[in-house]
Design a protein. Structure first.
Ligand SMILES: Nc1ncnc2c1ncn2[C@@H]1O[C@H](COP(=O)(O)OP(=O)(O)OP(=O)(O)O)[C@@H](O)[C@H]1O
Ligand SMILES: [Mg+2]
Length: 394
């Protein structure tokens, strides 16, 4: 049986496939650092399409003179037992920014301050006068702790570049699972804060990415016409592998598994080219037999819990409201707002709250004024469980 990774493997190069065009694009977007031109980037795409893996690879291949920090907001979310705050995100950013200096020789002196600076942060002692002097960042005399913290963190990357022009051209900061910012009390304020700093920073690129559809509320808030960046961010969606890529990937990664041409086509239809599903499906297949279309279907339904494993985990994290909305839409395809509202027992306001959450999580789509479940694997899995168990997973 193949053993393809279900998460991001530590040996990136062993498993990373193609995405050449996306990598060229990303590199073009940061190619202006030397001329003091920085872009801000928003990368959307459904769950399991390969956003994080792509960005890991991009990060690994960054030129020597570009620093980078990677923050996964779902980790901060997890550690906070479901509560994510601006302050925690700032801590996470600062920690990763400092961490990125470890192997850059002249910057190591700042890296060495990491532990003592972070200790100050965790003690909520935001008196950065001394730290500000050490880092050379003028810390404004403000009363509000969060303001002090955020100005330290937000000024930091540009300052590092400015002080090290001979070695460093730019700083890339990746915020993964950024849709969780939607859980802040005031997501707009956070986006505006970042925008207000990036406006004057010519060598810092933020890349926001997460599982959310290009039309979600959170995307509107950050880059919509009324959003903080007002359309100035470069936005691009990561697409699943196309049919040919999928076949090439299978040939390269699991040459021991044989398919008939119809079997291959069926495999592509079942996975839609999503690398996460391709991998989890492959891991259920055996050598020594040739998969035709029927065998692919049989395996698909026989091992659906394993193939849709990603959703088994996500399902467990959803609230009862969210589950109910998904169940309704699993049974009825697309629904207008009023039709959806008529099927639930709670208020307009509550429904709005949870549909927005589901949109931010990239689970619900809202196109042509109709709500629908974006992911067919999620639908297949739920339908299958309902048929087999008589009820939806609890
Ligand atoms: N280019 C690729 N080559 C090979 N495998 C890939 C590629 N992209 C993604 N994968 C595999 O697909 C799975 C999902 O990838 P990844 O975690 O990057 O997706 P994602 O879009 O970040 O998903 P999520 O929205 O859930 O965070 C991983 O197991 C990864 O190993
Ligand atoms: Mg990801």
């Amino acid at each position: 049986m193949p053993n393809l990774p279900l998460g991001i493997p530590s040996d990136l190069d062993k498993y990373f496939f193609n995405r050449k065009k996306e990598l060229i694009k990303l590199n073009t977007f940061i190619s202006g650092f030397k001329q003091n031109v920085a872009n801000q980037i928003l990368i959307t795409g459904r769950r399991g399409v390969g956003k994080s893996f792509l960005l890991m690879k991009f990060r690994m291949e960054l030129p020597e003179n570009v620093l980078s920090a990677y923050v996964d907001l779902s980790k901060i979310h997890g550690m906070q037992k479901g509560r994510i705050t601006e302050e925690k995100v700032m801590h996470g950013l600062f920690e990763e920014m400092l961490g990125s200096l470890e192997n850059k020789d002249p910057l190591r002196k700042i890296y060495k301050l990491k532990d003592s600076l972070l200790k100050k942060l965790s003690a909520k002692n935001y008196d950065f006068k001394a730290a500000g002097n050490l880092l050379g960042i003028p810390i404004p005399q403000v009363d509000d702790d969060y303001e002090k913290l955020s100005s330290l963190v937000m000024e930091f990357p540009q300052k590092v570049v400015d002080d090290n022009r001979e070695n460093i051209d730019g700083f890339v900061i990746i915020l993964d699972e950024f849709q969780l910012i939607g859980e802040f009390e005031n997501p707009e304020a956070f986006f505006w804060l970042i925008r207000s700093y990036t406006q004057h920073q010519d060598n810092v690129t933020y890349i926001f990415t997460g599982s959310t559809s290009a039309t979600s509320e959170i995307v509107e808030k950050i880059n919509g016409a009324q959003g903080a960046f007002g359309g100035r961010m470069i936005q691009f969606p990561v697409e699943p592998f196309n049919e040919k890529d999928t076949y090439d990937y299978l040939k390269e990664m699991i040459s021991e598994i044989k398919f008939t041409p119809e079997g291959l086509k069926r495999f592509y239809k079942c996975t839609n080219g999503y690398p996460s599903y391709i991998n989890s499906f492959c891991n259920t297949m055996s050598e020594g037999r040739t998969y035709d279309s029927e065998m692919v279907i049989e395996t698909f339904y026989g091992k659906l819990d394993q193939i849709a494993v990603m959703w088994v985990f996500i399902w467990a994290t959803l609230s009862d409201y969210e589950k109910e909305i998904i169940e309704i839409l699993t049974e009825t395809e697309a629904l207008s707002w009023n039709d959806l509202l008529s099927k639930v027992n709670y208020s307009n306001k509550t429904l709005l709250k949870y549909t927005n959450r589901l949109k931010n999580k990239g689970i619900l789509s809202h196109t042509n004024k109709k709500y629908a479940i974006e992911d067919i694997m999620l639908r297949s899995w739920l339908k299958y469980r309902k048929e087999n168990d008589g009820y939806y997973p609890p």
